[in-house]
Design a protein around this ligand. Sequence first.
Ligand code: AKG
Length: 234
Amino acid sequence: MAYPCEITEELKEHVVTTAAPTVYYISDFITEAEEQYLLQEVYKAPKPKWTQLSGRRLQNWGGLPHPKGMLAEKLPDWLLKYTNRISALGAFAGKAANHVLVNEYKPGQGIMPHEDGPLYHPTVTTISLGSHTLLDFYRPVSQSEADGPQTEEKRFLFSLLLQRRSLLVLQDDMYKHLLHGIQNTCEDTVTETVVNLSSAAAHLGQTLTRDTRVSLTIRHVPKVLRANLLPNRK
Ligand SMILES: O=C(O)CCC(=O)C(=O)O
């Protein structure tokens, strides 16, 4: 199937101009019924499909990204419906998403600031299920000693409020230069550092209590090894 090589007009309507380039945020990208369906499918996966990390657990679908190439596995139909919908927005420059990371965060869990790195096409798209979260953005540690101590607090730039059922698309500087992370907290207070207040239908001073959140992080891994091209191991 052919996908648009450029971001479609439909997605362009959802650009967040108050963040660094480039963020698209679509509220209610999926319906409540679709959210329930996706959560059911995530929790139907057998126990060994989960990897337990110290602050969250995850499922990997599509293969394990690797510098030598990902040994690609077909995505299940319940994910393909949504990965194809996102590819059809032109998010992956004409390519189809072929990798999904499912993260589950209980209230009080998060993820350290990090970059997604060079194994992926430089776009990350995320569907949030079950709960909102605040995704925080940081500038990288400066190499210049003149900049003094590089605490996380000093490097913090702004946050995006991701409501349940929303789609987030990050590209360009947001993907390539900034780090993103989620605080280990049970509650979020909406302040002026949240730059997508209107599109996320939130207001200043609001306190949002976290529930269990499942995120589907949907990406395109360009370097892929096909199983039938691998050397025969006897
Ligand atoms: O859960 C999220 O929205 C962020 C996930 C993430 O940053 C990652 O999987 O690398």
